[in-house]
Design a protein around this ligand. Structure first.
Ligand code: ADP
Ligand code: MG
Length: 728
């Protein structure tokens, strides 16, 4: 066996699970590394505390005068927890988190040193940001991006560093990160939803969008992962023959979690809890060595931060346990990939989930209002939703018969379908008292009962209603949830604004009663948004055909999916709601296209390298062994040798044929790359990588994987799928 592979496997057999110190009650650890309300009360002056709380609750500005008090309190708290450094922690468009650590330590005069952290350092910083993607917004000669404190997401300590969640904007104020547009979208959905919620309850003054994500991931032993250049550099395997046993026995899903893995997960959970991430669920996923972790849902901005933080610490904690966390959407061919369901809803300050049916007909009319408006928003903006989850890695998953397709559709279940069908029949204009009673008793009034036993969840739908929330299921496992959450909240905000205008017009213009007006508008929405509703099998080919007939988009690749960002409608939408301006949108489009191009380019280089430097030489070595064998047989059998070496000759020939195919494939792929690289236009280049470079991957891989089956296992240099996926 190739030495590298052999040594790695040997290392694993000596691994022991790491002992985890479990507290008596995990609840006691919750938020202990977070500058939360309790620690703020302890460390801040009354005035400073009030200012921060106002900033969190109503977006009030932090006063300059108070910021010094806040930073001093925060510093004292952090030092008491062993922190020596602080950093502004932000989410640039690279898709990871960024931080630059500075010490509290400072000198004062010649001989004195103190721990220092001023208010202005807390509130704003200018990191050297010239190498973060900015899509042309921030001219490189200016190279200035600013990070500014987001008090709605609490500071936390990781290791010995105080991390302060911040937004990241250019010198001219344009967003350079995921958080800034998300905060704007959350604010606009708050305004729009509050105005509509007031139809039903005057006490509502704030609506919060909630998010509960479910993170899927693979754990691969770090020694084995290190033997694979593709896993190390691209986060996925670019070749490798499927193992004899894959996931066909369904024996991994919800199975017992292996001891070594469990000790990693417990470690991760405990650290998450200390950071205030309310992790709740853990289980095996469908594929071997695949797992899922989900928290209790939270306010949208905090939940997005927590997911980014979690992805970060997952890898850090894994090092200790000798695992590599693989977050990629499709790390192994033929094995289910990973996603990140985004459960989304709207909650009022009065404690009502607006997407949950209630106990009275009025509460249920409120539910129907938000439910139908959400569907209408998805209907009107399906292509934009698809764009919000587009990435080179997620392209592998959408439409691979294991995840929702690239087509966006909404599943609501048969009972709610019946309700909408009934509502569609509502009379145009004012409703008779009889009709209203009927509606209230027999349609609207029955909703809670039917939802209680609504268990028919459709796992193949990209946007499914699951009882008291929508679940956006096409989000990729590596994604920053900020992107899809910005889009969902923006489109729903826009829709609710429109709804309010239409209802008010009916009330004022046609002198309708409020509920008559609401029924009338909802009826029209149900009719107009029908084509987005689909209850069948989203993985089937029949659906693809049907969706095309309905005129739904089916953008299978990222460059195609991103096109909608340029459309007039998109620009108008984001500008109207003040979530992003034209420049910010264009920049994001560019950055996403560049990211796509670079990822395919990197993969193409890795594949070329492995094919030529690992696979072909190994195949040649094995072929030489066979040739030597045939020579020997010739020596023994003379003319008769052919009869005794037919198989060997056959293999020798096959090897030559595969080598030739690999070599020519790599050559053509490199040529296609050269042509693509000459293109100046960012979009054309992304399309060239997508349409002209990427198609060679499968062909090159096919011949490499065939060789894996032919060549002596002892010689094979790459750790095989069965070893990556089944060794623990
Ligand atoms: P599944 O069957 O898909 O695993 P669950 O019903 O257990 O789903 O919930 C999955 C996720 O939905 C959890 O992360 C949970 O926190 C989240 N969730 C539940 N209610 C809400 C809500 N109102 N808003 C947002 N997320 C929610
Ligand atoms: Mg789910």
């Amino acid at each position: 066996m190739s030495t590298l592979r052999f040594e790695a496997l040997k290392e694993i057999f000596n691994r022991k699970p790491i002992k985890i110190k479990e507290p008596e009650r995990r609840s006691e650890l919750f938020g202990t590394n977070v500058f939360n309300e309790a620690s703020m009360r302890q460390y801040l002056t009354k005035e400073a505390y009030k200012n921060v709380m106002d900033a969190i609750e109503s977006g009030k500005k932090i006063e300059r005068r108070v910021s010094d008090h806040i930073s001093t309190g925060m510093k004292e708290w952090a030092i008491s927890k062993g922190a020596t450094h602080y950093t502004h922690w932000f989410q640039p468009l690279t898709g990871t988190t960024a931080e630059k650590h500075d010490a509290f330590f400072d000198t004062e005069g010649e001989a004195n040193a103190i721990e220092k952290f001023g208010g202005s350092t807390l509130v704003q910083q200018e990191p050297d940001a010239s190498s973060f993607p900015s899509g042309g917004i921030r001219n490189t000669f200016e190279a200035r991006g600013y990070t500014a404190w987001d008090p709605t997401s609490p500071a936390f300590i990781w290791g010995t560093t105080l991390c302060i969640p911040t937004i990241f904007v250019s010198y001219t104020g344009e967003a350079l990160d995921f958080k800034t547009p998300l905060l704007r979208a959350l604010q606009s959905v708050d305004h729009a939803a509050t105005a509509v919620a007031k139809y039903f309850d005057k006490n509502v003054t704030k609506v919060t969008a909630t998010l509960g994500w479910e993170q899927e991931y693979f754990l691969i032993d770090s020694a084995l992962a290190a033997t694979r250049p593709d896993l190390t550099l691209a986060g996925r395997t670019l070749l490798g023959h499927g193992p004899a046993k894959g996931q066909q026995l369904d024996d991994h899903y919800f199975g017992s979690i292996p001891t070594r893995v469990l000790s990693y997960i417990r470690d991760l959970e405990i650290e998450s809890i200390k950071l205030g991430i309310p992790v709740k669920t853990r289980h095996n996923e469908v594929a071997p060595n695949q797992f899922e972790l989900a928290p209790i849902f939270e306010e949208g901005n905090l939940a997005v931060d927590h997911n980014s933080l979690l992805m970060d610490i997952m890898s850090k904690i894994a090092e200790k346990h000798h695992f590599k966390v693989v977050l990629h959407e499709k790390p192994f061919k033929g094995i289910n990939g990973s996603g990140k369901h985004n459960n989304w809803s709207l909650a009022t300050n009065t404690g009502t989930n607006l997407l949950a049916p209630g106990s009275t007909p009025m509460k249920n009319l409120q539910f129907l209002t938000f439910f139908i408006n959400s569907i209408k928003a998805v209907h009107d903006n399906e292509e934009l939703l698809r764009a919000s989850i587009a990435s080179a890695s997620n392209d592998h998953r959408l439409g691979a018969q294991e995840a929702p397709p690239a087509i966006i559709s909404a599943f609501i279940g048969s009972q709610l379908t019946d309700v909408l069908d009934e509502l569609e029949k509502v009379t145009d204009g004012k409703l008779s008292p009889q009709e209203k009673t009927d509606l209230k008793l027999n349609v609207v009034g029955k909703i809670p009962e039917i939802l209680l036993d609504n268990t028919d969840r459709n796992r193949t739908s990209s946007f499914a209603f699951t009882g008291n929330k929508f679940e956006f299921r096409a989000v990729g496992s590596t994604a920053n949830c900020g992107n899809p959450m910005t889009v969902i909240n923006t489109i729903v905000a826009k829709q609710l604004k429109e709804f309010k205008v239409e209802v008010d017009e009916l009330i004022k213009g046609k002198k309708m009663k409020k509920d008559d007006a609401i029924f009338n508008v909802l009826r029209e929405y149900i009719k107009k948004s029908k084509k987005i509703r689909f209850e069948g099998d989203g993985y089937s080919e029949a659906w693809e055909k049907e969706a095309e007939k309905r005129g739904l988009s089916n953008n299978k690749t990222t460059p195609q999916a991103l096109k909608v960002l340029n459309s007039k409608k998109t620009v108008a939408l984001f500008e109207e709601l003040k979530v992003m301006n034209t420049i910010e949108l264009e920049a994001r489009h560019e950055i996403a296209l560049e990211d796509y191009t670079m990822r395919i380019q990197i993969e193409s280089r890795i594949l070329g390298d492995i094919a030529r430097n690992h696979i072909i030489p190994t195949a040649v070595r094995y072929q030489n062994i066979l040739i030597e064998n045939v020579e020997g047989l010739k020596h023994i059998y003379n003319e008769d040798f052919k009869k005794h070496s037919e198989e060997q000759l056959d293999i020798i020939e096959s090897i030559s044929a595969h080598i030739a195919k690999i070599n020519s494939g790599v050559k053509k792929m490199i040529d296609a790359r050269k042509v693509a690289n000459k293109l100046e236009d960012i979009e054309e280049k992304a399309f060239a990588y997508c349409d002209d470079v990427k198609p060679y991957f499968d062909d090159i891989r096919y011949h490499c994987d065939k060789l894996e089956l032919l060549v002596d296992d002892e010689l094979w240099p790459l750790t095989k799928y069965r070893e990556l996926l089944f060794t623990r």
